[in-house]
Design a protein around this ligand. Structure first.
Ligand SMILES: [Zn+2]
Length: 151
């Protein structure tokens, strides 16, 4: 049976995604990097892919990985270049926002290509959407981790 993989971090470039993947692998987690730039360009008429480098892990390891990433990020900023939700701090981000609304995705892709609707980032965890142009600074605590996550 295929293992269900879940996105734990989203990046705009390959290098930090690979670095995180390697650290997770060293920690004994079967992490992988998925490059979605081809999919974005093909189906959503995106000329400049964003949030397309996804680090994925088996779903059963999700909690452990989130704890590890929090620890590493506090120590040396492993998620410094990650795309993160300005509202909840999650790095489980989709771009463009309509990419997972299957069925209508192609239609929205055409509208976006015609600049009739803006492309936005979309947080899978809290469903927040925000525009690609103005990066919103997350509300971070002293450890560079969003306050909402410091439980
Ligand atoms: Zn969120």
């Amino acid at each position: 049976m295929l293992e269900q993989l879940i996105t734990v971090a989203t990046f705009n470039s390959e290098r930090p995604a690979e670095a995180l993947r390697n650290r997770l692998t060293d920690a004994g987690i079967r992490a992988e990097v998925l490059d979605e730039s081809g999919t974005q360009m093909l189906f959503f008429s995106t000329t400049e892919p964003r949030a397309h480098m996804r680090v994925r892990v088996p779903k059963v390891d999700n909690d452990r990985v989130l704890a590890l990433m929090k620890e590493w990020d506090a120590k040396d900023g492993v998620l410094r270049e990650a795309v993160r939700c300005p509202q909840c701090g999650s790095s489980h981000i989709e771009y463009p926002q309509f990419s997972r609304r299957t069925g209508m995705a192609w239609f929205f892709g055409v509208l976006a290509a015609m600049r009739l609707i803006p492309r936005e980032y979309f947080c899978e965890d809290c469903k927040f959407e925000w525009p690609e142009k103005e990066p919103v600074k997350p509300n971070l605590d002293v450890l560079n981790w969003p306050k909402e996550h410091s439980r």
